[in-house]
Design a protein around this ligand. Structure first.
Ligand code: HAM
Length: 423
């Protein structure tokens, strides 16, 4: 039996796209744009393990969420119950608490980039291993940093070429507001309990907020008339929400208020947002990025009373929506040496090129010129340096430019400046 990738997981190859996955250069371009934007806004990269204690995710993401209830890859090893991270926020918060970062910095800005794992039903834009790029801010209660995060996202997406962004924002309130709203929502939903979907019936008493973002048609019909959280914000929540909106207006960031937005993770408080695009036939998977404030998580993980906010974007979805041709490969030089003396000469010349930052490869297989040129073509070399016996006798090389279909003779000593000129 030939081995294949696991369901919902994909290979990304260097030169060609495979199914929905574009070649690596497209990923790298997106990752570079994200890194540049994050670093310009004062974020530093953090890397955490792919495996964490299972209970970390239960505690932070919430027991009644789809992610925890149905989608985690759980790994048992001896007495440890571990899980592949389904997202990056809990791991970053764990690291923030573990390393007592709060004692060293009043405000911390971290970003991360890497694979996450959720055993969802795979479809276009939804995978079991998918890549997220995310930012988290600890120690800033907002709302200025909330607005700045959203502004940064809009700038990044526009810079990538998106023209049809939809930015949805909402506030979930905090503490008292949520308790008050929960009560109102329960009072509204209880009389409809028997009409709700099985999932929502099960979750109703434990987590009525989840009914609001249920995908089931029956639930959506009922929820249409539910009370809205924005109507019950307390004074502090209202002032945070007004502050955020005022700033977004001043910054001319376009957004719509979606009072039904709750998102599928339980840790959120106050500001909540999503960025969507209708490009790329993503259907229901058109949320490119989601995030929000989670002011209670650090405390619940044993840290201090540290407010936090962040977002994560799904790289596959962004690439599908952009559908941009892969960027051109970095120009590279391919050496085709023929004969014993030519090989070390090619290796030395290649070393000279690499020393000044020009990518160079030497075909050392000892094959025919025809087969070396075929390989150079397959590797999309820009320039080929041919070193045959004739060339070696007179200290020259043939420089072949694949793109321009040209060939010229050059002295081996003058190769470096000429290659520089031609690239
Ligand atoms: P999330 O909404 O679960 O939030 O995921 C964020 C983004 O990751 C989604 O908008 C989507 O683009 C992408 N994504 C999620 N699941 C999949 C999947 N199965 N396949 C492909 N892409 C997917 C979070 O993960 C939070 N940690 C965001 C956050 C950070 N909140 C505060 N800080």
């Amino acid at each position: 039996m030939a081995f294949r990738t696991v369901k919902g997981m994909h290979d990304i190859l260097p030169l060609e796209g495979v199914g929905e996955m574009p070649p690596i250069a497209s990923w790298q371009r997106l990752e570079d744009a994200f890194r540049t934007s994050a670093e310009l806004h004062g974020y530093s990269e953090v890397r955490t393990p792919l495996l964490e204690q299972h209970s970390l995710f239960v505690r932070s993401i919430g027991e009644t969420t789809d992610v925890v209830e149905k989608e985690m890859y759980v790994v048992r090893r001896g007495d440890d119950q571990l899980a592949l991270r389904p997202e990056g926020t809990a791991s970053a918060a764990r690291a923030y608490v573990q390393h007592k970062v709060t004692a060293k910095q009043p405000v911390t800005r971290w970003y991360y980039l890497g694979p996450m794992y959720r055993a969802e039903r795979p479809q276009r834009g939804r995978y079991r291993q998918f890549y997220q790029a995310g930012c988290e801010i600890y120690g800033d209660p907002g709302p200025a940093c909330d607005a700045e995060l959203i502004d940064m996202l809009v700038g990044l997406f526009r810079g990538l070429g998106f023209e049809d962004l939809e930015v949805c924002v909402n506030s979930l309130g905090s503490g008292d507001t949520r308790a008050r709203y929960r009560q109102r929502l329960l009072e509204f939903l209880r009389p409809h309990a028997s009409e709700l979907s099985d999932d929502s019936q099960r979750r109703l008493e434990r987590n009525p907020f989840r009914v609001l973002d249920s995908k089931a048609k029956v639930d959506q019909e009922i929820v249409k008339d539910a009370p809205q959280i924005l109507d019950v914000l307390d004074e502090a929540d209202q002032s945070h929400w007004d502050g955020l909106r005022r700033l977004l207006d001043s910054l001319e960031v376009p957004y719509t208020v979606d009072s039904r937005l709750v998102r599928g993770l339980d840790y959120y408080t106050r500001t909540l947002f999503e960025v969507k695009s209708n490009a790329g036939n993503l259907g229901a998977q058109n949320t490119l990025c989601g995030g929000g404030r989670y002011d209670n998580m650090i405390k619940s993980l044993g840290g201090g009373n540290v407010p936090a906010i962040g977002f994560a974007m799904g790289l596959e979805r962004i690439l599908l929506a952009l559908d941009a041709p892969p960027p051109e490969l970095e120009p590279n030089v391919f050496f085709a040496p023929l004969g014993e003396a030519a090989l070390p000469c090619a290796m030395k010349l290649a070393r000279q090129l690499r020393a000044v930052g020009i990518a160079a490869q030497v075909d050392g297989r000892g094959n025919s010129m025809k087969s070396m040129l075929r390989r150079a073509n397959a590797e999309q070399a820009r320039l080929v340096v041919i070193l045959g016996e004739k060339e070696m006798d007179s200290g020259v090389a043939q420089l072949k430019d694949f793109a321009k279909h040209s060939e010229e003779q050059v002295s081996q000593d003058a190769l470096l400046p000429l290659v520089r000129e031609r690239l």
